[in-house]
Design a protein. Sequence first.
Length: 180
Amino acid sequence: MAAPKRTEAQRQADLVEISKLYVYGLGLREIAQKIAQTPDITGNPRGYTLSFQTIGNDVNDILGRWRETINSEIGELRAAELSRINRMELEAWDAWTKSKAAATSSMTVRDIGSSKPDKLQVKSEEQYGDPRFFAVIQWCIDKRSKLLGLDMPTKQEVTGAGGGPCVIEVVYEKPVQSRG
């Protein structure tokens, strides 16, 4: 006669217990033994047993769920970071534009002892923009490219002295013979 199967509710409760035991570092057989010794969610003895193969299948299911959760959270975190980077870049562009505006200064000139009205002198000076804002813009572009994986992988080569080929020298030592 076949062993009774667990219900879906029992399986979901088992997954919680199995995940705890798995995180503690127990092996599949040890988890199966612990589950067999533990009462079910109602406090009653289990009417079923789990083989280590079933525990293995459950662990694979748990790992898959964890991966899905992590991937979706990473996607959300990536989207939030991209939003912050985009906002920072927009602010930097706005500040760059404002830093290029002509700088005007005004000064009132009064002739001492003169009955003439005060003169207003306005001076306008062309601005070329603050390059620090371009540094922020470049940082945003670089960071966004890294986050999205747009950067090409860098090629790294190991070379020997003077850029030449590596020379590997293997030295064998003669074994010492014992005198017996």
